[in-house]
Design a protein around this ligand. Structure first.
Ligand code: HEC
Length: 459
């Protein structure tokens, strides 16, 4: 606990990050796919003499510019705020491990935003070929932002043995490239790029669905059909890429999905598996709707259909993000740092020297409940809330102090057959601190009744 804790009642920190990321990812993926779309579509219009469609594309580029530069930029900064507050230790590690990666990323961002503005404001003002080239620059720079960020996101899931072997030695920079091009780099990049292309097609279909001039009817049908084809790579390749990703990630991550498959319909934990299935189902539905309403019978396409597609896209993105977060449990950086910010190599140190005693933020008090609460904030709140998401009150199931202590010992020194280490970090700290945590959890578990149970402590 090197940082103060930000307690968010109800939904908890993970969902604040989750909501922010889903919002951002939907826009950022569109920025990457949409940039490419505008470039290719503009060249197509010139080549096939579809000039009557140019005003529609210009309209689309206006929507594009506002959405990606305003909301994309704001939500991107929002992500920095939320991960910095909820996961300061993990965020700090990502910043340090990829200093030059981030610097390069921001260079591409600046080029991307500048190119987007130039692109929009120079329609009909500079030669067509040159304008298309500005579009090409935009497409390239936004693709390169994905190339960089994908390395850092994939790193959290599979940092790779080279980086892990130098982590904490001060020479992490020597493993920059293996950390960047880590085992899930390429399947992750292709998965994200396929999603970018699909979103570009969906957003274009939304703009086009609003065109109702009779003289544009024929071109509209043609362009809607063409935009529908932007989803084809995803439909054909996504299952293969997801399978590739599944085999490229670590054993523990695969196990988390497998536990879900094994307990489907019964265990709580299969939520992650249901989310994975939801991704597949929504993707198939999107493909079906696009095929019938945009490709086969484009005349029947309404703006309602088009917006429904985007809503489905949002569900697919949200469930994929949920799975991505969950298969990484109990880590924020797999095999290096647990979700509570404790480094794997520091576990023994905390057990010997104490967890709270190593923190400048822990309350300096002899009050067991206050110290127990600090333990909870430092080690459980990364995934649980007292009363809302993954509620402690509920999960404690009215355990009394003795049962709580037994449970905590299982988290502290897990046996080989314990299921908990697959999704919860080991509980670290001195025996006294763990007893304090138990006393705090008793008040959460039993509420007011806890006061009467104090005697059990002296068993
Ligand atoms: C990395 C995330 C994470 C952290 C950190 C974490 N948990 Fe959990 N915990 C989970 C998940 C996931 C479940 C399963 C959730 C469910 O069943 O709804 C769970 C389940 C539980 C359960 C119910 C398990 C059972 O078999 O009864 C208890 C109790 C619990 N956690 C206590 C704790 C305590 C106490 C801490 C802090 C010392 C903690 N957890 C830290 C993720 C975490």
């Amino acid at each position: 606990m090197n940082y103060p804790m930000w307690e968010i009642p109800g939904i908890g920190g993970p969902w604040v990050i989750g909501i922010m990321s889903i919002f951002h990812v939907l826009i950022a993926w569109f920025a990457v796919g949409g940039g490419l779309y505008l470039w290719v579509a503009e060249k197509k219009i010139y080549k096939e003499n579809l000039d009557e469609w140019l005003p529609v594309l210009q309209q689309h580029s206006r929507f594009f510019l506002i959405l990606t530069s305003v909301f994309g930029a704001i939500s991107g900064v929002g992500i920095w705020f939320t991960i910095g507050l909820v996961q300061p230790e993990g965020t700090s590690t990502l910043i340090h491990a990829f200093v030059f990666g981030w610097a390069i990323e921001w260079v591409f961002f600046v080029i991307e935003l500048a190119a987007a503005a130039v692109y929009y404001y120079t329609w009909n003002r500079i030669p067509r070929e040159l304008h298309a080239k500005v579009g090409g620059l935009y497409a390239l720079s936004s693709f390169l932002t994905l190339v960089i960020i994908n390395g850092i996101l994939a790193f959290m899931l599979t940092p790779g043995s080279t980086w892990l072997s130098v982590a904490g030695t001060g020479t992490e920079a020597s493993a920059f490239w293996p950390a960047f091009f880590n085992p899930t780099y390429f399947p992750g990049l292709i998965m994200r790029f396929l999603a970018c292309l699909s979103l570009a097609g969906i957003y274009a279909i939304i703009t086009y669905s609003m065109v109702d001039k009779p003289e544009l009817e024929k071109t509209k049908r043609y362009m809607v059909q063409w935009s529908a084809k932007w989803l084809m790579p995803m439909v054909l390749l996504m299952p293969l890429v997801l399978l590739w990703l599944f085999f490229a990630m670590g054993q523990n991550s695969r196990d988390i999905l497998n536990i879900g498959f094994a307990t489907i319909g019964s265990g709580n934990f299969s939520v992650v598996t249901r989310m994975a299935l939801l991704t597949i189902l929504t993707t198939v539905t999107i493909a079906g709707v696009v095929y019938f309403f945009a490709y086969k019978y484009p005349k029947d396409l309404t703006t309602g259909h088009a917006i429904a597609l985007l809503a489905l896209g949002a569900v697919a993105t949200a469930s994929t993000e949920y799975v991505r977060e969950t298969v990484r449990k109990p880590y924020v950086i797999v095999n290096h740092m647990y979700s509570d910010g404790v480094r794997v190599r520091d576990v023994e140190k905390f057990n010997q020297n104490g967890f709270l005693t190593s923190s400048i933020w822990a309350p300096q008090t002899a009050d067991s409940i206050a110290r127990g609460k600090a333990m909870f904030q430092g080690q459980c709140m990364a995934c649980h809330t007292t009363n809302g998401y993954r509620s402690m009150t509920k999960l404690m199931q009215k355990r009394d102090l003795k049962a709580i202590n037994q449970f905590l010992q299982m988290l502290h020194k897990p046996t080989a057959d314990s299921p908990y280490p697959k999704y919860m970090p080991p509980l670290v700290g001195s025996e006294d601190e763990i007893r304090d945590l138990a006393m705090y959890l008793e008040t959460v578990s039993l509420g007011d009744k806890a006061q009467g149970m104090k005697v059990v402590k002296n068993d």
